[in-house]
Write a new protein. Structure first.
Length: 295
């Protein structure tokens, strides 16, 4: 996770109940196979338009933004300009990642985060056409005790209210640290219980929850309809349990996708935090597997 922490931090420094739209509650009208753009982060930094073109050529028709930077832009572009590039390549961006913003930069808050500059972030997300905004990651200093997770839950409820006013659903993306028990309780359970289920839903990362020793299906049964977004990434068969291409590891995606209605899944995004070589080779293999099982 060191590389992901560094990326999210550097990007940040550089720069629903009755009120939820019916469009959020209905299944997408067409099949979407999405890619989390963190997988091709280096290419996105160098040539975002060209990278999106390559992603679309491989068969992906939706993407998820890796982060909305402190400059309050999408990959260096204003929302309208970025939306135009997406449209040119036939891509939808239904979701984008954000950070909490409790961690400071040299004592100063970073804008475009849940705690700082959230109003503009929501307005910009709406302009791009996002239906979901996701709290992507908690830095080490933002975790702490169960009481602190309760404070985070309060922040998420408030941010979710603002999203709801714009017709957007707030979600929370897990790693494995939320499943490290404290006094017999899981931080992930605190986030689920202390937030309004209509203000905060979850983006379930299938790799991290599996690596933490928990069953996605059990979560779906305990909290039906609360998991509209998934990260589809596989875990290899080695002792290290590292990232690998979808279909190349130990996670039973057929079984999990069979429960998508119970979960409330609307969109999913292939993600591979590290690839053994060219990330475009890896994401081509992943989409090939998913299409092969009928997705």
């Amino acid at each position: 996770m060191a590389s992901r922490r560094a990326f999210v931090k550097s990007a940040a420094l550089l720069s629903a109940g009755a009120l939820v739209s019916p469009a959020l509650l209905a299944a997408p009208a067409k099949k979407y196979i999405g890619l989390q753009l963190y997988t091709v982060r280096d290419a996105m930094q160098q040539d975002p338009a060209g990278t999106l073109a390559k992603v679309a050529q491989l068969g992906y028709n939706s993407v998820e933004g890796a982060t909305y930077t402190g400059s309050q832009k999408f990959y260096g572009m204003e929302p309208a300009a970025f939306a135009k590039v997406l449209k040119q390549h036939g891509l939808l961006m239904p979701s984008s990642h954000y950070v909490l913003g409790e961690a400071l930069n040299n004592g100063q808050p970073t804008q475009g985060t849940i705690l700082h500059g959230w109003d503009k972030a929501v307005d910009d997300a709406a302009q791009v056409g996002a239906k979901y905004m996701v709290c992507a990651y908690l830095f080490d200093s933002e975790r702490g005790s169960l009481d602190h997770y309760k404070q985070i839950a309060a922040h998420l409820n408030k941010a979710g209210e603002r999203c709801q006013k714009a017709g957007i659903q707030l979600c929370y993306h897990n790693h494995d640290f939320e499943f490290a028990a404290q006094g017999g309780q899981l931080p992930y359970d605190i986030l689920l219980k202390e937030t309004d289920k209509n203000l905060l839903k979850m983006e379930l990362d299938l790799y991290w929850v599996t690596k933490a020793g928990h069953d996605p299906l059990a979560l779906f049964k305990a909290h039906p309809g609360r998991f509209p977004l998934w990260h589809v990434k596989d875990m290899d068969k080695t002792e290290k349990k590292d990232f690998t291409e979808v279909g190349n590891g130990v996670i039973d995606f057929k079984k999990i996708f069979a429960a998508r209605q119970l979960a409330g899944m609307q969109y999913f995004f292939v993600e591979q935090d590290r690839t053994p070589g060219d990330p475009f080779v890896s994401i081509k293999q992943s989409i090939g597997y998913l299409k092969g099982i009928g997705l």
